[in-house]
Design a protein around this ligand. Structure first.
Ligand code: FES
Length: 98
């Protein structure tokens, strides 16, 4: 049995506990929050979210996500909701600020 990870979403101030390995997108859906997505594969850049706290608890961006973040010029506190996987928490994610 794995330990669940807390993800808190701003500005909604809503928290969920999810299994490690889940994406930020899955966490948002579990919290009942909508994230507009496109490809859901880290390629289109539709779903950037800022992670003001706990970003070190995410798996490092790789593959398509890494390339898209670079192409968009986003800094280290930005991730793509569809691709960023939560490993440990707590984590704070800001929606709707891009
Ligand atoms: S939905 Fe396309 S990059 Fe996340």
């Amino acid at each position: 049995m794995s330990t669940l990870v807390e993800v808190r979403f701003l500005p909604a101030e809503r928290s969920v506990w999810i299994a490690p390995g889940s994406t930020i997108l899955a966490a948002a859906e579990a919290a009942g929050l909508e994230v507009v997505t496109g490809c859901t594969r880290g390629m289109c850049g539709t779903d950037p979210v800022r992670v003001p706290s706990g970003a070190e608890g995410l798996a490092a961006p790789a593959g398509h996500e890494r390339g898209t973040l670079d192409r968009m010029g986003l800094g280290p506190d930005w991730r793509l909701a569809c691709s960023a996987r939560v490993e440990r928490g707590p984590l704070v994610v800001e929606l709707g600020t891009f």
